[in-house]
Design a protein around this ligand. Sequence first.
Ligand SMILES: O=P(O)(O)O[C@H]1[C@H](O)[C@@H](O)[C@@H](O)[C@@H](O)[C@@H]1O
Ligand SMILES: [Mg+2]
Length: 283
Amino acid sequence: MEDQWQRAYDFAVEVARKAGEEIRKAGEREIRVMTKSSTVDLVTKTDERVEKIIIGSLTDEFGEGTHCFIGEESVAKGEPCILTDKPTWIIDPVDGTTNFVHGFPFVAVSIAFAVNKQLEFGVVYSCLEDKMYKARKGKGAFCNDQQIQVSDVKDIHKSIIISEHGTDRSPEKVTKTFSTMQKILCIPVHGLRGSGTAATNMCLVATGAVEAFFEIGIHCWDIAAGAVIVQEAGGILLDVDGGPLDLMSRRMVSANNETIAKRIIKEIEIFPVVRDDAPAEKQ
Ligand SMILES: O=P(O)(O)O[C@H]1[C@H](O)[C@@H](O)[C@@H](O)[C@@H](O)[C@@H]1O
Ligand SMILES: [Mg+2]
């Protein structure tokens, strides 16, 4: 059967690299910072411009109206965030915007592609490190064309766990987030880390540099590409309650194996978040 998405996969890598070059160039000039849901939820003109470049390139390549798009900054401006059966690109143009603003060296372009609500491939370009992570369903995961594999650690006491505090500073969320991190730290594990970008955190799971990453409050565009990369590197993706991953639920655990995933899930204090695909009036 003709491999119909290989061209889209290869093109997505080219687009991610071009987007990463735009981000690097923009980082050398004055960065215009704005805010979204709170004073610490940052967005820049670069986020908006790079998303337009990505969507424009994909539209030129595949034709107007043939594919759907879920982009972080388009959704922020009111576009719907609904995953249908149509071929859909799920895009975070600058994952790690706060890092980008501060010059903290982890900033990623995240591009995923889904058909019939199934993720076909994911590309994460960590552009300040010049690391191109990619994975296609059933065909393995790669970093700069070298195949990558999750860690084989099964003992939680010998693990590094990644999590993020996100941009919501409400007392309930902050308390539960740090209480969870404290319980995991004191299992004890070797260490807790956080790069500031979910996409990069998931690629660190996929390379075996850390054993797991979990977060409540992320969005589908932060994790869709990383989910394919973790899966194809031999890892596992779950909801924070141990159920199957729900891409639009804004909560996720990615780990090297079920043993580590389930041990972390025992410690996670869950708090409610509004789904990505909730009606506009509920956002
Ligand atoms: O940089 P973003 O696209 O906003 O996503 C980040 C988020 O800002 C940060 O607070 C964490 O939640 C990260 O996991 C996200 O990737
Ligand atoms: Mg993001």
